[in-house]
Design a binder for this molecule. Structure first.
Ligand SMILES: [Cu+2]
Length: 468
């Protein structure tokens, strides 16, 4: 197996821990429930059915009650929500609420957050994918305990049968000696029936485990090849439930696919392209000029159910003299900066992060573009958003595409509630743009940030160390 193939294989395994993003299952969302701005973190379970943890921070207004309701995003279940759960306010911080909800089935879910307070009521719907990411093995202690119980009960049952055959019809006080042949036969029959019942139970259990593992989430993969148009990428479905189709994609920010090319392992060139779909699951894009190397491909897509996925692949590209980037396509060289990235235009992109970044905790990653005079430059929306940021772990185990509204794809929001989506489209942005996100694991990351200024999309790159 070649190094590239091995790497691709490892990549797929890592992607197996993913859902909408790669290796970053938690959902972060900033939005308004009526008059109340909220920052929501949802930590979905990795087994289904399972419990999702929900954290709500009230960013403004007097709030007296926060209620949580999980429903599937589409279909009959969406019309008949269960009774809402009350979120618990934190004793130390009255603006912080916590709750836990059961997600019962696979697929695209949403959590409806209903807020009551001094300014009336409001609701925010946060899409959350419910995917089985692993099988929970039984704890060893528990399996020994259950095995012991099974042996004890089986032996007990056989001896009860034996005792009742041998002694039930005997007068009190009479001692029975030896084991009559009839008793031994009955005990053997009882033992055979018990072994048969256990065998049946074992195969039932195995069958159930098999059907669960069939439902384990298997990410889409992406294969790339050079074509006359430039680059062709194709979505490959490893086969995962009837839930997934490839002919049901909906546009996100006006594009069916957001494709990121990252030169690997240097991470020193990044391109954000928008291939056009030519046939079901087959996309074409022109390529910009780029240096030779291995490029990782991350294709963000959204299904009409609201389920967002990132398909992962890899391609070796030769030195390419391509077409200039235009429209929403952007990218370029990304030498890593710590907090100030020099742009080709002579401007600088700066990162402002309060304090050290800890894994899983929500942080506000803020960025601005400074002119040669050191003043903050005016920004324009880029695909309806103040900016787009990709958090990429240097070992390849994490890829997350984040917006000022958080880590939820806007097309998923649109499926949950079109009005909410419209409200989130940003007509005016900046001069500082911030991204709420909780980095999933400790380690070294790069953040690639894209913002538009003076009619051009600028790409900056920043290194980030995340502590446990
Ligand atoms: Cu984006």
């Amino acid at each position: 197996m070649s190094a590239v193939k091995q790497c691709g294989f490892a990549l797929l395994l890592l992607a197996g821990l993913a859902c909408a993003h790669v290796g970053s299952p938690d959902v972060f969302f900033q939005g308004k429930a009526g008059p109340y701005p909220l920052l929501v973190a949802i930590r979905p379970p990795d087994v289904i059915p399972g419990v999702a943890r929900i954290e709500v921070r009230v960013l403004g207004g007097e709030v007296s009650k926060v209620e949580l309701t999980p429903t599937p995003m589409t279909g009959e279940g969406a019309k008949h929500p269960p009774v809402a759960d009350l979120a618990e306010p934190s004793a130390s911080d009255p603006k912080y609420y916590q709750g836990a909800l059961w997600l019962m089935r696979y697929g695209a879910w949403e959590v409806r957050i209903h807020v009551s307070g001094a300014a009336g009521e409001g609701e925010l719907r946060v899409p959350v994918p419910a995917l089985a990411l692993k099988t929970q093995p039984m704890q060893q202690g528990m399996s020994y305990f259950l095995l012991g119980m099974m042996v004890f009960l089986a032996v007990g049952l056989v001896s009860i049968v034996g005792a009742s055959m041998r002694e039930a019809k005997v007068e009190p006080g009479v001692v029975v000696r030896g084991w009559p042949a009839k008793t031994v036969v009955k005990m053997a029959v009882a033992a055979a029936i018990i072994v048969g019942a256990l065998w049946f139970g074992k195969s039932w259990w195995a069958d159930d485990a098999k059907s669960y593992s069939r439902n384990l989430y298997k990410p889409l993969s992406l294969t790339g090849s050079l074509s006359s148009a430039g680059l062709e990428v194709q979505l490959k479905d490893p086969g995962w439930m009837e839930l997934r189709k490839l002919d049901d994609l909906v546009p996100d920010h006006g594009h069916l696919m957001h494709l990121f090319l990252i030169r690997w392992p240097q991470l020193d060139y990044v391109f954000h392209l928008h291939p056009e779909q030519r046939a079901t699951g087959v996309f074409d894009t022109s390529l910009p000029s780029l240096p030779a190397g291995t490029y990782r491909l991350y294709g963000d897509i959204v299904h009409e159910t609201g389920l967002a996925e990132t398909a992962v692949g890899e391609i070796a590209l030769p030195v390419t003299t391509g077409t200039p980037l235009e429209g929403d396509d952007a990218g370029g060289a990304t030498p890593t900066a710590t907090d100030s990235f020099a742009l080709a235009s002579g401007y600088r992109m700066v990162m402002r992060v309060p304090g050290p970044v800890k894994a899983r905790l929500v942080n506000n990653f803020a960025f601005a573009i400074l002119g040669p005079d050191g003043k903050e430059a005016a920004l324009e929306p880029y695909m309806g958003m103040g900016g787009h940021a990709e958090f990429v772990k240097e070992d390849g185990s994490v890829f997350a595409h984040v917006h000022p509204t958080g880590s939820v794809s806007m097309a998923s929001v649109a499926v949950a509630s079109p009005e909410a989506m419209m409200a989130m489209h940003q007509a005016e942005v900046g001069p500082e743009v911030s991204f709420p996100y909780g980095v999933p694991t400790p380690g070294r990351y790069r953040i690639f940030v894209q913002m538009r200024r003076g009619g051009r999309v600028e790409t900056g790159a920043f290194g980030l160390s995340v502590t446990p």
